[in-house]
Design a protein around this ligand. Structure first.
Ligand code: ZN
Length: 73
């Protein structure tokens, strides 16, 4: 079973809380700030605006992300 979806995300951030805000950062991906809640059972969520992926630190998804060579920025 894969903990992460197969489709690539334009950016990934490891976070330590399930409740996070995303505004897309600067540039073309910018959007109004939205609050997102990471489902603890899944350990990740994609921002519906900019597709940035937030992964909960210590979750299975975070471990899968590390196995794929991903590192927190
Ligand atoms: Zn976003």
């Amino acid at each position: 079973m894969s903990a992460l979806p197969a489709h690539p995300a334009p950016a990934t951030e490891i976070v330590s809380k399930t409740r996070i805000a995303c505004d897309g950062g600067e540039g073309a991906l910018g959007h109004p700030r939205v609050w997102l809640s990471i489902p603890e059972a899944e350990g990740w969520i994609d921002c519906p605006y900019c597709d940035k992926r937030f992964i909960l630190e210590g979750s299975e998804a975070a471990k899968a992300h590390e196995r794929m060579g991903g590192k927190a920025a």
